[in-house]
Design a protein around this ligand. Structure first.
Ligand code: ADQ
Length: 648
């Protein structure tokens, strides 16, 4: 019996053991199958989704891709996709904002300038004084036109005056100007918009001749430009200069009457005496003077019999601005040698009779039109009325080519193409356009430039019938003998060159002697293969910067005088000595042959410079420095008492 019971136990254990292994096998199988299912159906989609999310985070994947990766987890995918979409949008918005903020920190616009100046002015009011007015009423053939003279100054100052409803005081030079002012010689401008006040000042013909043509343009202008034209100083002109400065000062004092701490911005060499006259009468006024032309060294300046009076007049200003540091240095040197004043070379300031003038460089520039920046070269050619063509002198050119003359290496790609424009606008053939744009002024080096073109055609007849030099010259200061002589000389030189080289269908030089519209000049800028800015001496020269600003195709070559202030900034121009005719000729050859990559690189760098340091930045810096000038009330009270006692 005992043996039977053992058998039963043994069988039972065997049953349990088999059952255990069976169950264990089932459990293992279930676990393995579950794990495989988890891997196939969950882990892989989750890993792919995680990978997609990671790529999305790095900006390498797009939102649509996501739904595919989630497989059967589509409801979850929808939520995550929405989240991802929001994330992408937020990142894009943040990047855009950062880019705009970064740009805004560098880029000055009319709007930014207006806000900036309004903030600094507070309750103060702005008054601008210049010889030239921003709107001229001219009557021609029974009709009155309101003309805006093309001027960098108007571009820079207008937005500020419009923003703070200031007052611009200027000579009323239009023949119908008097018909458009009120009883106080004021009118609201721009016509129809009425954003600020223009106060016109009237001058007699004698005053204009003595103060403007005489002392300003026959005296100070050649005194400050080293162009080897002798300054003429007549006592009668000096008397007119003083009385007209006094006349303008009276108008300014009338306009600022009742305004506390007015801010006055005086323009240029026509008004050297104005700052001191105003400061004496109104010590609470903040005054800036910007001198738009060079300031020569003290030896040169000492030619002027009234140098002390001029310098003393300027020192009435709190801020005195020049284009370049070297002009500031010359000015401080001149003060040192002319007057009793304490010049501080560390701070670049001058203390005289308890008043401090800060002397600073503010290089003027042009406006930057952001809206045209990214337009394509093709669009621009259309705007310029140009068509695409080759435009490159080809081997086997005109019959005048000497046998041993080598064809110049002229870059074939991207060259501004001009034949249509020349034919349509000027009625001549030609493939390359070389351009000059200036006032007809002896400082601009127009004759020297023509001699360089003449030498080029003499020495390299390959260029005959290929290049045309267009000189746009606006008549300027026509009542002055030197300017009349210059005009005769320029016309004679152009005639000689054309007589020597012109053919039935082609002219080497076209001289356009008139004031052109801004858009007309811009069209020539955009078409010109090369722009010649070869002034003998120039404070800045806006034409160089206008050419760069107009070239939104990043093409074109600038040949620039090293004696123009602009040469300090536009280092990628071909810099020349304008007196060295052979060097200018070589620069034209180099420019026309320059490979397209180099042209683009140089132009891109110059455009960056002009964009960043545009005219709005110029105005903002001067006005910010002026508004920061401290005018202590107790010092003021003493000064006011003194000036009142003097007047009594
Ligand atoms: P300007 O001696 O008059 O100015 P510039 O700076 O070249 O010389 O300005 C001339 C302006 O007149 C440019 O805007 C140009 O486009 C325009 N212009 C010239 N000829 C023209 C024409 N035929 N038709 C239309 N427009 C024409 C003085 C100083 C410079 C300094 C400026 C500003 O002599 O050195 O750069 O003031 O401070």
């Amino acid at each position: 019996m005992t043996a039977d019971a053992d058998y039963i136990r043994t069988e039972a254990i065997e049953v349990w053991r088999r059952s255990f292994f069976r169950v264990a096998a089932i459990v293992v199988l279930v676990v393995v199958v579950t794990l495989m299912m988890v891997r196939w159906f969950l882990q892989q989609p989750v890993t792919r989704a995680a990978d997609w999310l990671r790529r999305l985070r790095h900006g390498e994947a797009d939102v649509e891709e996501g739904a595919k990766e989630f497989g059967y987890l589509v409801p979850l995918a929808r939520e995550v996709t929405t989240l991802a979409e929001n994330l992408t949008q937020a990142r894009f918005a943040a990047e855009t904002e950062a880019r705009l903020r970064d740009q805004a920190e560098h880029l000055w616009t009319a709007e930014r300038l207006a806000v900036h100046v309004r903030d600094r002015l507070g309750s103060g009011q702005l008054f601008v004084v210049s010889h030239r007015e921003p709107f001229i009423h001219m009557r021609k053939k029974g009709r009155t036109e309101c003309i805006v003279p093309p001027s960098g100054l108007v571009t820079a100052i207008e937005p500020v005056l419009q923003a703070c409803d200031g007052t611009w005081i200027a000579h009323g030079s239009g023949n119908d100007d008097r018909a458009h002012v009120d009883d106080h010689d004021r009118l609201r401008v721009p016509p129809g918009e009425n954003r600020y006040t223009l106060r016109r000042v009237w001058l007699s013909p004698e005053e204009e001749t003595g103060y403007y043509e005489g002392f300003s343009n026959e005296g100070i202008w050649p005194l400050c430009h080293i162009a080897h034209t002798r300054p003429i100083f007549r006592v009668s002109d000096w008397n007119y200069y003083q009385s007209v400065n006094k006349k303008f000062a009276d108008v300014v004092l009338d306009e600022i009457n009742g305004t506390r701490h007015p801010v006055i911005f005086v323009q240029d060499y026509h008004f050297a005496l104005l700052p001191a006259i105003i400061k004496n009468a109104r010590p609470d006024a903040r005054i800036a003077m910007f001198w738009h032309i060079p300031w020569p060294n003290p030896e040169f300046f000492s030619i002027c019999p009234w140098q002390a009076e001029l310098v003393n007049g300027l020192l009435g200003a709190d801020v005195i601005g020049f284009h370049l540091q070297s002009y500031c240095n010359n000015f401080l040197d001149t003060v040192d040698r002319t007057l009793e004043a304490r010049t501080d070379w560390e701070q670049f300031s001058i203390r005289r009779n308890g008043h401090v003038s800060n002397v600073r460089p503010y290089p003027i520039s042009v406006a930057w039109d952001e809206s045209t920046e990214n337009s394509s070269p093709e669009v621009d050619r259309d705007v310029a009325g140009l068509s695409r063509g080759n435009g490159v002198p080809q081997p086997g050119g005109p019959s005048l080519v000497k046998k041993d003359e080598q064809a110049p290496q002229v870059s074939q790609i991207g060259r501004a193409i001009v034949p249509d424009m020349l034919r349509r606008e000027l009625g001549i053939d030609g493939e390359h356009l070389v351009l000059g744009v200036d006032r007809m002024d002896y400082t601009k080096g127009i004759v020297e430039r023509l001699l360089a073109v003449e030498m080029l055609l003499q020495e390299h007849p390959w260029y005959l019938e290929k290049i045309t030099f267009v000189q746009i010259a606006s008549p300027s200061r026509t009542g002055i003998q030197k300017y009349a002589d210059l005009r005769v000389e320029v016309e004679g030189t152009v005639e000689r060159i054309n007589r020597t080289f012109q053919t039935s269908a082609w002219k080497p030089v076209v001289l356009i002697q008139r004031q052109c519209s801004h858009s007309e000049v811009a069209r020539y800028y955009r078409a010109a293969d090369l722009c010649l800015v070869t002034a003998l001496h120039d404070g800045m020269n806006l034409v160089a910067k206008e050419y760069v600003a107009a070239r939104n195709d990043c093409d074109g070559v600038l040949v620039l005088s090293k004696f123009a202030g602009a040469a300090q900034e536009l280092r990628d121009a071909l810099l020349v000595n304008p007196y060295d005719v052979a060097q200018v000729k070589e620069a034209i050859i180099t420019g026309l042959a320059m490979p397209v990559e180099e042209r683009r690189l140089r132009m891109t760098r110059m455009r960056h410079q002009v964009k960043e340091y545009n005219v709005y930045r110029w105005a903002s810096r001067i006005l910010a420095d002026l508004c920061a000038v401290r005018i202590e009330d107790d010092i003021l009270a003493v000064a006011m008492n003194r000036s009142q006692r003097k007047r009594a």
